[in-house]
Design a protein around this ligand. Structure first.
Ligand SMILES: [Zn+2]
Length: 72
């Protein structure tokens, strides 16, 4: 039972983290595309589909967005 609860919380945290976005990236026009996939503006890696489902206009991967937020 406890495991189930922990897992739910972990999933929730993941979604919150995945929803991180910069203020500038509110439009699909701000996204960078390569080979039919949205790629991170900073590292150029494809942004995971799970992140894009939560945040369709995401322009950075979670790691780079966290870094960008941290620098701000
Ligand atoms: Zn990145």
């Amino acid at each position: 039972m406890a495991d189930e609860c922990d897992q739910a919380q972990a999933t929730e945290a993941l979604h919150v983290q995945a929803a991180l976005s910069c203020i500038a990236c509110r439009s699909h026009e701000d996204q960078e595309w390569a080979n039919g996939r949205v790629v991170c503006l900073d590292c150029g890696e494809p942004i995971p589909g799970a992140r894009l489902r939560i945040l369709p206009t995401a322009c950075r991967c979670v790691a780079c967005q966290e870094e960008a937020d941290g620098d701000a």
